[in-house]
Design a protein around this ligand. Sequence first.
Ligand code: HSE
Length: 296
Amino acid sequence: MKRVTIRVPATTANLGPGFDAFGCALSLYTDVTFEETEYGLEITGCDEAYTGPDNLAYVSYCAVLASLSEEVRGVRIHIDAHIPICRGLGSSAALLVAGAMGANVLRGSKLSTQGLLNITNAMEGHPDNLAPAFYGGLTASMVDNGLPVCVSFPLHPDWEFLALVPDFDLSTAKARSVLPQQVNRADAIYNIAHGALVLKALELGDEKLLRNAMQDKLHQNYRKHLIRDYEKIEALVRTTGAAFCLSGAGPTLLCITQDERLEEKLAKKLDSITEANWEMLPLHIEFQGARVIKAE
Ligand code: HSE
């Protein structure tokens, strides 16, 4: 095989209290095609700034070949990204996953998904986006002795995710830089308890329980000042009965509901309370993880 296209879903990490642990795959995708060539690197389909050897798809492609002790020959990479960049919807994780899977498939699929997760987690530092990107659905992950251990959780199929994506970006590095190094015990207990109930509410399809449990003391309060109109939007969403959280490190804000009219209800008011432009993206759960969609 010389050419392969990998499709990776968007992911929302944290889901409120599950900081660096919970993640869910969503119905928005980045497709990346890898074609082996004799020499050199060519990357197309993205901004010029991302066409060098530090492109994450190429970095993880090389990392997988290195772990297989295989030679890196030339590669042509084409990126067709529908996951918005630096918005908290797993665009970086998607590139890492695509690069790892692309290299593995082109060289005979010798590594398991867990093996690819180990390699990409060493680059990303936390598996909360990577796990649902690889496996689909809802996952919770821990890192034990340096290696990610991920478990899939059942999800009620009726949930709808409405992502509110602003016209400004926020780097994960900046959103992590405002977090305290130490947390107090009451806040840690709060998140453990709320996190467990979030998982149960998502399984049961219990919107009231989800709304109450999807609260956090470890990251959202420290990050909200980086996101214009966060509090106004949160207050608006809470009047509708939907659950609300920051998607990953932000700046996308996420509403989770079973109300098919949520978008319509928010559309009427969102523009009048905010200065930035917020695109509303209605998304579903993606139960399938990264996969090969074309191989030649
Ligand atoms: N759990 C991560 C964070 C997700 O909130 O910083 C973004 O990589």
